[in-house]
Design a protein around this ligand. Structure first.
Ligand SMILES: [Zn+2]
Length: 435
């Protein structure tokens, strides 16, 4: 036997042992029938009268009226409630929480040097659980998680070690010089390079996409501009990123705050603009033409007041006037026909469970004049489409069994969205209806 044959034999042996030790699944398929009092149809944006939903394992098998109870099925009575697809938050940072009284650069450096990735991931797991409890069953987690701490958390959730939302994670964000650590002395630039993947030219940009996807990212986060630092990625860098991301079949989310950053990212072909605070009408028209979604990470009045309170800085005389330009750009984006996807960007410690704080972004949209049905669509089907999986954000045959129930009619009184009474993710119940 020569060396090649021996190697082949070893491979064969290893393969066979893998087959033999593979655990046998002994649990029978689990069937659940949910009787819903009302059901939100996220595709049409309407509330439907009573509907029955049959779930087999982690998928929805059928939706209809007065369906017979399948043999051996567990019955869940949600006839007193409004049933919706699990909510999607398209912009989170589960591994980062900032004290509002802290300098943001110091907050970032503390997370890297004092907290460290393992502890950040553990704390991220605790935060992730609060999202699930609040009815947010899916998040896009967009960086600020050290070196792939987000990938570790996603693995732990997927294998069932910890309870949390479905995570689509980016790994480190691809940024111009200095990441988002303004004021850092040049001798310490490696600190920014621990938290961000700083890009040096188009070839390096391609390499960064390959790295992130190889080490577990399933989408790419870029900083078209890296506010509060002054940089912009070049057009060549962003085009290279989009091109490589397409090849590796991952989407690109672009942090872009001013109009120039938004326009350049949209021209480069990204899938979503995060923030877009100062976007102009002509750029919104470009986004509409290119099918680029807007994720408006806005604060509602209550969160803004809480921010001033907790940051120990005096609130300006008319604090809510700060929010007017954001509300105006959201209305302009809606008028331009740009798809709105809900995303909280909630990395501030508001002194309440993070998942609960994250839902406040939906009230910010309400305060800007979005209709409740549009807001619910932004937090369900629009998020699912942006992620690129048609099993997300809908209640229909073939979709993931991510289902929540709330008390009241959210189209009449949007506050109902806070009254989450039931949460199912992937066919597993995390919040049971009180008997
Ligand atoms: Zn963010």
């Amino acid at each position: 036997m020569n060396l090649k044959q021996l190697a082949l034999l070893i491979c064969l042996f290893l393969f066979c042992s893998l087959v033999v030790v593979k655990p046998q699944t002994t649990t029978p398929p689990q069937t659940i029938l949910i009787r819903a009092g009302r059901m939100f149809d996220s595709e049409k944006g309407v509330l439907l009268p009573p509907r029955d939903i049959i779930i087999k394992n982690n998928l929805i098998e059928a939706v209809g009226e007065n369906l017979p109870v399948p043999a051996g099925a567990r019955l869940i009575d949600l006839t007193r409630f409004t049933v919706l697809p699990g909510l999607i938050d398209a912009h989170t940072h589960l591994l980062y929480l900032e004290d509002p009284s802290d300098n943001p650069t110091m907050g970032g450096i503390k997370a890297l040097t004092v907290e460290g990735t393992p502890l950040r991931a553990l704390r991220g797991a605790a935060r992730g659980r609060t999202f699930l409890m609040a009815g947010i069953t899916t998040v896009r987690d967009l960086g600020n998680s050290g070196r792939f701490g987000d990938v570790a958390l996603r693995k732990a959730i997927n294998e069932g070690s910890v309870d949390g939302p479905r995570m689509y994670v980016s790994g480190p964000g691809l940024s111009p010089e200095g990441g988002q650590f303004p004021g850092l002395q040049p001798g310490y630039k490696q600190l920014a390079e621990e938290e961000y993947r700083v890009i040096h030219g188009p070839d390096d940009a391609r390499q960064a996409v390959r790295e992130n996807v190889t080490y577990g990212a399933r989408l790419i986060k870029i900083y078209s501009n890296n506010t509060p630092n002054p940089g912009y990625l070049s057009m060549e860098e962003m085009k290279a990123i989009v091109d490589e991301a397409k090849l590796l079949k991952v989407k690109v989310a672009a942090h872009a705050t001013d109009d120039t950053a938004v326009r350049r990212a949209a021209e480069a072909g990204v899938d979503s603009i995060e923030h877009g605070y100062e976007v102009k009408d002509e750029t919104l028209a470009l986004m509409k033409t290119r099918g680029v979604a807007l994720v408006p990470t806005d604060l509602d009045e209550a969160s803004l007041m809480r921010y001033f309170e907790r940051s120990k800085s005096p609130a300006p005389p008319n604090p809510t006037s700060i929010l007017q330009p954001l509300r105006d750009r959201l209305r302009r984006a809606m008028a331009a026909g740009v798809t709105i996807v809900a995303g909280s960007d909630n990395y501030i410690d508001f002194g309440m469970p993070q998942g609960q704080a994250a839902k406040h972004v939906l009230f910010a949209y309400r305060e800007a004049g979005m209709k409740p049905a549009q807001i619910l669509q932004s937090a369900t089907i629009n998020g699912g489409r942006l992620i690129g999986d048609e099993r997300l954000g809908v209640i229909k045959a073939g979709a993931f069994a991510d289902i929540i129930a709330i008390e009241g009619d959210p189209l009449q009184d949007f506050n109902a969205i806070e009254k989450v009474k039931f949460v199912m993710k992937d066919g597993k119940v995390y919040v049971e209806v009180p008997r």
